[in-house]
Structures are given as structure tokens and as C-alpha cells.
Design a protein around this ligand. Structure first.
Ligand code: NAD
Ligand code: LMR
Length: 326
């Protein structure tokens, strides 16, 4: 039997946590032969609810679940972890933008970055889901000087999944028939869902649907989907967010389909003219815990303007949190 890996989830008693834990324990992320030990972090007021979630995890009798540990101390929750899902933080309400959460949520990621630095396994990979996730991942990466910067990711896979779903719906296809959709920049309204290389059933999207729809309704629907869900549900996306988190870490672990790519918010080293030291969503190929930013993609004037706008927003968020960046 393969040795278990240690998987940490923060905010484990929250809405995303509830949708995420059972899929992790059932093998949806790391495969049906990979046992896991869950190490769950909550703040003190969430611990009682977390105990109830643990009862349910145990009652599910998952064969792959080799242990569940809970704590309100990040140093304990991150001890020896190989994979970390950093979810715990406040969600926005319908009158807020995600960036409005910086002052409430940003400081969480200094402490958690440091705790990962001091306690995680040497192969740790961390996915930041808590918003604003790009800038929170940047804060965590800065707070963990001994962990390579490319280990800290922000989740834009939900935006990619949303884009694929919209393209599939428009063209009467299945989401699995959509490939090569890249999300550029911030997980915010300024993101750019790049359709230029996208294919549906192997044929370029741009040969099947006009740019007016792609630059208009498609882009707006993807970019503002989070807000639409909050308005409809009265709470931010949870099951689809958990599903995207599984997709992100599963792709990082198992690899993407040949010829396809996926989207991850990762540390920029100047690729595509983006300033160094932002957590920026790029199209990547990945597998075995590593990724490569897809080289050589071309951008027209519309794409260049969108990418410039989302870069400017990330620079402004970085400036806002500069006191948290060591
Ligand atoms: P929630 O309020 O239901 O749950 C959050 C949980 O985190 C709570 O149980 C809370 O007690 C816990 N928590 C708060 N501070 C913590 C800390 N310092 N350490 C550990 N736990 C802590 O919220 P949710 O719906 O699960 O959303 C969580 C975050 O994910 C929000 O910031 C939300 O905006 C974000 N989100 C991101 C995406 C994305 O695509 N990147 C998608 C959906 C939601
Ligand atoms: C989402 O995209 O659904 C999340 O980031 C939640 C939000 O605040 O929009």
C-alpha cells in the first residue's frame, strides 16, 4: 500500500471545507490508490462545528482516509504536510469586491505562510483559495522564505471551468469537449479569459462564434460569475470552488491532458512582460507537482489591454499589502 500523504485544509468547518473534505477523502484528487491523512485548521469559534464534520468524515468509512487531526494552531495543522489548501478566510458579501477583503484576510496569510515555512514537508505545495487569492498567495509566499516561491498558487481554475462551461453551452458541446482556455491575471473582474487558443471539439472557438460575443457577454459572464452566485444564493460559491480546488491540485499531481493546458495563479518571473513577483494566472502545463508556463502564446490588441488592466490591479493590491511582504 502506498504511504499516506498529509493534506491540510484551513477553514475546514466552512462552506468550501464541507464540500472539499469528502471529495479529498474519497480519492477524487490524488487517486483511488493514494491514502491521505487530513490535518484540519479552524479558528477557535469554528472548532465545535469542525468536530461535527470529523464525525461525518469518520462515519463515511472512507478506505483511503488514514487519519484526521484537527487544531486551531497552524503550526500543528501544517506539521509535515505535503499538500495545503488555504481556504480559511472571510468571504465577501454582495456589496463588496474581492479586493475589499484584503485588510481582513491578508494578515491570515502571514501567519500561515510562516507556519508552513516552519512545519511543512520539504515537498509542500500550497493552493490559496481565500480571497483575494492572488494577493493572499503572494503574502504567504513572502512569509515562507525557505519554501520556493513557485510552490504557492492562487486558484483561478474556477474561472477556467466557468469559461469552459459558457463555451460548451454556447456551442451545444460538453465541457469536456472544450480545451486550451487560459485565464490571465487576477481572480477578479479584471481577469482575462483568453479564448484565442480555445477549441471546442478540436476546432478553434474563434471559427465557431464571433468575437463580439467572446469579448462581450462571454467575458462579462465569466468575470462576474462569483457576484452573480452571491446574489442568487446569498452566499459565495462553495461546491464549485471546492471542485475547482480538487481540479487544480489533481492536475498539479497527475498532469493535464496531452495538448491541453490549464490555468494557475503562480509567481511571475517576468513571463509575458508581467512584472516579477506577482502571483499571476497563466496558462500552464503541469504534473508531478511542477508546472511550466505555456510559452509563445500570441495576444491581439484586446487581449493586451485586458492583461495590462489586470496586471495594474495586481500591482495596486501588492502596494496595498506592502507592509505584509517581508
Ligand atoms: P466560510 O465563511 O463558509 O468559511 C470560512 C471558514 O474559515 C470559517 O469556518 C472560518 O471560521 C474559517 N477561518 C476564518 N479565519 C481563519 C483562519 N485564520 N484560519 C483558519 N480558518 C479560518 O467561507 P467559504 O465560503 O468557505 O469561503 C472561504 C474563502 O474562499 C473566502 O475568502 C471566499 O471568498 C473564497 N473563495 C475563493 C474562490 C476562488 O475561486 N478563489 C471561490 C470561492 C470562494
Ligand atoms: C467566486 O469566484 O465565486 C469566489 O471568488 C467568491 C466571490 O467572492 O466571488
Amino acid at each position: 500500500m502506498t504511504a499516506p500523504i498529509r493534506v491540510s485544509v484551513t477553514g475546514a468547518a466552512g462552506n468550501i471545507g464541507y464540500a472539499l473534505l469528502f471529495r479529498l477523502a474519497s480519492g477524487d484528487c490524488y487517486g483511488k490508490n493514494q491514502p491521505i491523512i487530513l490535518q484540519l485548521l479552524e479558528i477557535a469559534p469554528g472548532m465545535k462545528a469542525l468536530e461535527g464534520v470529523v464525525m461525518e468524515l469518520l462515519d463515511s468509512a472512507f478506505p483511503l482516509l488514514h487519519g484526521v487531526e484537527i487544531s486551531d494552531d497552524a503550526n500543528k495543522a501544517f506539521a509535515g504536510v505535503n499538500q495545503a489548501f488555504l481556504v480559511g478566510s472571510r468571504p465577501r458579501t454582495k456589496d463588496m469586491n474581492r479586493a475589499d477583503l484584503i485588510s481582513a484576510n491578508g494578515p491570515i496569510f502571514t501567519g500561515q505562510g510562516k507556519a508552513l515555512n516552519d512545519n511543512a514537508a520539504s515537498d509542500v505545495r500550497a493552493l490559496v483559495v481565500g480571497n483575494p487569492c492572488n494577493t493572499n498567495a503572494l503574502i504567504a509566499a513572502h512569509s515562507a522564505p525557505d519554501i520556493p516561491k513557485d510552490r504557492f498558487h492562487a486558484m483561478t481554475r474556477l474561472d477556467e471551468n466557468r469559461a469552459k462551461a459558457q463555451l460548451a453551452k454556447k456551442l451545444g458541446a460538453l465541457p469536456g469537449e472544450v480545451a486550451r482556455v487560459g485565464i490571465w491575471g487576477n481572480h477578479s473582474d479584471t481577469m482575462f479569459p483568453d479564448y484565442a487558443n480555445a477549441t471546442v471539439r478540436g476546432k478553434a472557438v474563434t471559427e465557431q462564434v464571433g468575437e463580439e460575443w467572446l469579448q462581450g457577454e462571454f467575458l462579462k459572464t465569466v468575470a462576474t460569475r462569483g457576484k452573480a452566485i452571491i446574489e442568487a444564493r446569498g452566499a459565495s460559491s462553495a461546491a464549485s470552488a471546492a471542485s475547482a480546488a480538487i481540479d487544480h491540485m489533481a492536475t498539479l499531481w497527475h498532469g493535464n491532458a496531452p495538448g491541453d493546458f490549464t490555468s494557475m495563479g503562480v509567481w511571475s518571473n517576468g513571463e509575458y512582460g508581467v512584472p516579477k513577483g506577482l502571483i499571476f494566472s497563466y496558462p500552464v502545463t503541469s504534473g508531478g507537482g511542477n508546472f511550466n508556463i505555456v510559452p509563445g502564446l500570441e495576444h491581439g490588441e484586446f487581449a493586451k489591454a485586458r492583461i495590462a488592466a489586470t496586471t495594474a490591479e495586481l500591482l495596486s493590491e501588492r502596494e496595498t499589502v506592502k507592509d505584509l511582504l517581508k
